[in-house]
Design a protein around this ligand. Structure first.
Ligand code: BG6
Length: 486
């Protein structure tokens, strides 16, 4: 019997992502027959009231769940319970304990979808109530800490009560279909490996742009900013998978051993480098998809003189034999022109053109791995246009996974929850990876703190501050959308 306990069970993340993901797993028979779901939060609710909220969340956010029926929903609600738990009140955990079967054979997953300052008190109480032994696993949400020091304190506290293999640090980007596909692309094909290095690659670009603003999370976001919200975790995880060496096998720790080496090899910036190699921005009022949207400083919960960054672009480098000298351009922002998450590998230009100039676009080959909105891999190359004479044009070998496979699409949260229930740590972040990421991010955050003038502004609905284009242009490079063919 698996028991899934969701702290923060009435919160935004629970409603939007976790409950729909659990329901999808339930509907598709991916949970064991005696699965139980316990929502836990500070509010005093009856299970019946909580079930209504769960049903509402599924109605509002479970749109992508295939196969849901009123009968399945009723069956899911039958195994849903509520327990009031305030992390500061030890007695509340007595009630929780009473709901959890005692046997060591019964896996229990505690999902901490709460603010990070609650992690330590919750784990302390779980331990005090005998709930951290045997088959207990704890899932913790990002951002884990505000900097390296606070992350270390959280890690140490977690490790006081739990073994590392009981701790599941979630980064939902790792659950995205194309992120795993990147591992397959790199390590199940022979043709890419000889090219996957500084000899053949000009630069790597990883860009996650969002059209949404800060929605209802203004207060949280203002304390966090894009660097801690996206770069420290999602983007650096993508960097580690693009840059890692081949692991000895596909075991979780073999993969994570290689990822952490790549993260440790990230070149740490001096304060001077921070001002040359990073750009941060904040959106002002503009229009996204033709609809007027307010500026960041007038979003609910955001102070009117906020200096939080909603956009970051960085020219990162990796100091090792495979990647020395290859820029990794990272970019993320809210209220940008489009919603997309893409990894682009720009190959070096041909050494010499036998076709001369004026034969069509001469942009060099590139491999574009698109995580969303579509899931695809495209290899752009030059070919001759049909007809007389030689005129070149760019064509793409285009692999669209929605067309290639009709298998059920599994959302990243569902995949990761199932992995955690099965005890598979591959797609979760290990403590040393987390620390390596913070070690790279910390000097940048510190330098920004001492340079309040460095925050640029950009119009909502654009591609970010002009400085982000210049960051690449000064090295003869350009972001994907900026190329003008001719
Ligand atoms: C979350 C961030 O981790 O990722 C959000 O906290 C962001 O600010 C979200 O919107 C983006 O995820 P996705 O899967 O929609 O690209």
């Amino acid at each position: 019997m698996t028991t899934f306990v969701l702290f923060g069970g009435t919160g935004d993340l629970a409603r939007r992502k976790i409950i729909p993901a659990l329901y999808s797993a339930f509907v598709n028979d991916r949970l064991d027959a005696s699965f139980r779901f316990i929502g836990a939060a500070r509010e005093g609710l009856q299970s019946a009231e909580y079930r209504q909220r769960v049903a509402d969340a599924i109605a509002q956010f479970g749109g992508k769940v295939s196969g849901g029926t009123p009968e399945k929903l009723a069956a899911f609600l039958d195994v849903t319970y509520y327990q009031k738990v305030d992390a500061r009140i030890p007695e509340d955990f007595d009630g929780l304990r009473a709901q959890i079967p005692a046997s060591e054979d019964n896996p229990t997953l505690f999902y901490l979808a709460t603010a990070p300052n609650i992690f330590i008190p919750v784990v302390e109480q779980l331990h005090a109530h005998g709930l951290t032994s045997g088959n207990a696993r704890v899932v913790v949400e990002k951002p884990l800490g505000r900097d390296g020091q606070s992350a270390l304190a959280i890690n140490q506290a977690l490790r006081q009560y739990l073994q590392e293999n009981q701790i599941y640090r979630i980064d939902h980007y790792l659950g995205k279909e194309m992120v795993q596909n990147l591992l397959a692309l790199r390590f199940a094909n022979s043709f890419l490996e000889p090219l996957w290095n500084r000899k053949w690659i000009q630069d790597v670009q990883i860009s996650i742009s969002e059209q949404v603003g800060v929605e209802s999370r203004g207060e949280f976001y203002d304390q966090t900013g894009a660097m801690r919200d996206m770069i420290q975790n999602h983007l650096l995880q993508l960097v580690s998978i693009v840059a890692m060496e081949p692991p000895v096998n596909a075991d979780p720790d073999s993969i994570r051993d290689e990822k952490v080496k790549a993260l440790r090899a990230l070149h740490k910036f001096t304060p001077e480098e921070v001002s040359k190699k990073t750009v941060r921005g904040q959106y002002r009022a503009g229009a996204v998809d033709g609809k007027a949207v307010p500026g960041y400083q007038t979003e609910p919960g955001v102070p009117s003189a906020s200096r939080a960054e909603t956009f970051v672009a960085i020219r990162a480098e990796i100091d090792n034999w495979r990647w020395a000298g290859v820029p990794f351009y990272l970019r993320t922002g809210k209220r940008m022109a489009t919603r997309s998450a893409e990894i682009t590998i720009n190959f070096k230009p041909i050494p010499y053109s036998i076709f001369g100039n004026g034969q069509g676009p001469m942009r060099s080959n590139r491999l574009v791995i698109s995580l969303q909105p579509e899931e695809s891999v495209k290899l752009f190359m030059k070919a001759k246009e049909p007809g007389e004479g030689i005129r070149l044009s760019e064509v793409a070998l285009d692999l669209d996974f929605a067309e290639v496979s009709t298998s059920r699409r599994v959302e990243s949260y569902e995949r990761l929850l199932l992995d955690a229930m099965r005890g598979d740590l591959t797609l979760f972040v290990r403590d040393d990876e987390l620390m390596a990421a913070w070690n790279w991010v910390d000097p940048i955050l510190q330098a920004w703190q001492n340079d309040s003038e460095g925050l640029k502004s950009y119009i909502a609905g654009s591609w970010g501050p002009v400085a982000a284009s210049y960051l690449l242009a000064q090295h003869g490079a350009a972001w994907g959308e900026e190329y003008v063919e001719g």
